[in-house]
Design a protein around this ligand. Structure first.
Ligand code: SF4
Length: 500
């Protein structure tokens, strides 16, 4: 009989079909994306750090993912010997098994501690821990107290990482105990799914994206047509309402179905191939621009363990920017960029050595004293500048002076003042650009999206990058430059429309 592990239990909670696929349809499993690998690595880093709060323990981690018998045997032995702390303590009972991040004897109390890299206790952490508690109880090692140890996002780094302040220990014993009857009924249901050769007859639903996007979406959602109702802009539940009433394509949305103006423009675009171009609103928008124009874009990195002084877990730290300065017609006057060597993020001994200070100094040189600053989704850039202003008050006057100069180039597209059917249901620059300028592309670039840029640069900072550093730096510069170049292309296009 196939046993239920903690991860299988959680899969079953999300969707019994996911649990079934995990066991019976390994052919459907997508390859692990490099960004997922980065997340796993970050999780391991957090786990290793958390152990330092309970030092000196025995490690029951299996030598291979199949060798849980040794882990179970060692856990039993070490508990019997009174070992105070065991990492990856592994327990097994009839029907289930699970590994606990930290098992700790605290003045004769058995503490079960699960470590999470989130900044709060989530509902699914409690469910996960409830199953854990059930297995431990059945195995004869019922914990006295059970905790989630997660990242405290109030922690601000100041010098070396203060592990005691980085983590927060939250007790969830009462909630876990009250869930035990529910665990028992669910585990029976899931063991039934695991040991049944027939696929559960379940359709797609909100569970496909909650609490995570399921890895089988490309399989289960493959029956949906192009321009499906799930591409409706800012659908807010209308997509499911339509789908559940049997409407899968936006082409079939009845004319009397209530849509927002923005959604109606999109649906008309698909049904009748209609564009929407509101010259007067675009004109009014562009009339607020001050010249020269500064097209500006940051690339950022975000880590659970704060990388630099003055940053909190998961802060977005700018590491690179591109700036195109143009005249009112969008003719490029100059291009500036900034990207420090990745090792400048390590062993910083003074504020002046901080790459963010070097970035601010470069910005002071590169920005003209007047002229609008154009960004796509400007609140993101504005937030980074405000954060820099707080951490480096000596540059506050300069940084604060930039904030009121920002204009968000997303606005005409988010409001569909300019809408082409080719943009689909998204106003992101990656949807707008190909519709406006099909010849403008990121395809020739080695790095084609911001997520990859961050991931690569972070691996350079951590010293785990194994490629050609100089060539990759150039790839990063090329990518960021293409983003601001894309904004210039969009501006020229809008400017041409209002003057034609
Ligand atoms: S995609 Fe949805 S329906 Fe398919 S297995 Fe995942 S959660 Fe279940």
């Amino acid at each position: 009989m196939i046993k239920l592990s903690k991860s299988r239990f959680l899969s079953g909670i999300q969707c019994p079909k996911k649990l079934y696929y995990n066991i019976h349809r390994s052919d459907l499993k997508p390859h692990i994306l490099s960004q997922q690998q980065t997340l796993f690595a970050a999780g391991n880093e957090i786990g290793d750090l958390a152990r330092k709060l309970f030092p000196g323990g025995e490690d029951a981690s299996p030598s291979s993912y199949k060798d849980y018998f040794t882990s179970i045997k060692n856990t039993k032995k070490w508990i019997a010997e009174g070992v105070p702390t065991i990492y990856e303590a592994t327990f097994s009972c009839s029907g289930g098994f699970s590994a606990l991040d930290i098992f700790h004897l605290n003045q004769n109390e058995r503490w079960a501690i699960e470590v999470k890299s989130s900044t709060s206790v989530k509902d699914y952490h409690i469910l996960d821990a409830s199953f854990q508690y059930w297995v431990m109880s059945q195995a004869g090692f019922r914990p006295d107290r059970i905790f989630i140890m997660h990242i405290d996002n109030n922690y601000i780094r100041d010098g070396d990482i203060d592990i005691a302040k980085l983590f927060k220990l939250e007790e969830i014993t009462a909630m876990v105990i009250s869930n035990q009857e529910w665990v028992i009924s669910k585990k029976d249901e899931f063991i039934g799914v695991l040991n049944n050769p027939d696929e559960p007859n379940l359709g797609i639903g909100k569970q496909c994206n909650s609490p995570y996007t399921c890895e089988y979406v490309s399989h289960c959602w493959s029956h949906l047509p192009e321009n499906s109702v799930f591409e409706l802009y800012n659908a807010k539940g209308k997509d499911w309402l339509l789908y559940e009433s049997g409407i899968m394509s936006m082409l079939d949305i009845p004319d009397d179905f209530i849509l927002t103006d923005r959604q109606r423009i999109q649906v008309n675009g698909i049904k009748k191939n209609l564009s929407n171009i509101d010259i007067s609103k675009i004109n009014k928008f562009i009339s607020t621009f001050q010249y020269p124009l500064h097209f500006f874009d940051f690339e950022t990195i975000s880590t659970s363990i704060p990388l630099l002084n003055g940053t909190a877990p998961f802060d977005q730290i700018p590491f690179q920017y591109s700036l195109h300065i143009t005249d009112e017609y969008g003719n490029v006057i100059c291009h500036h960029e900034f990207l420090p060597q990745a090792d400048e993020f390590r062993d910083i001994k003074s504020i002046q050595e901080d790459p963010r200070v070097k970035m601010v100094k470069a910005m002071m040189k590169h920005f003209e004293i007047q002229g609008s600053i154009i960004a796509y989704n400007a609140p993101f850039e504005i937030s980074r500048i405000k954060e820099l202003s707080i951490v480096f008050p000596e540059y506050k006057d300069f940084l604060d002076s930039l904030i009121n100069r920002f204009i968000d180039l997303l606005i005409p597209f988010r409001n569909a003042w300019y809408y082409l059917p080719e943009m689909g249901g998204s106003a992101s620059i990656k949807s707008v650009l190909p519709a406006i300028a099909p010849e403008f592309s990121y395809k020739d670039l080695e790095i084609g999206h911001g997520g990859l840029a961050s991931e690569i640069y972070l691996s350079m900072i951590k010293g785990t990058f194994s490629g050609n550093i100089n060539a990759t730096r150039q790839n990063l510069l090329d990518y960021c430059e293409r983003d601001t170049e894309g904004m210039v292309v969009i501006y020229r296009h809008l400017n041409k429309i209002i003057h034609s």
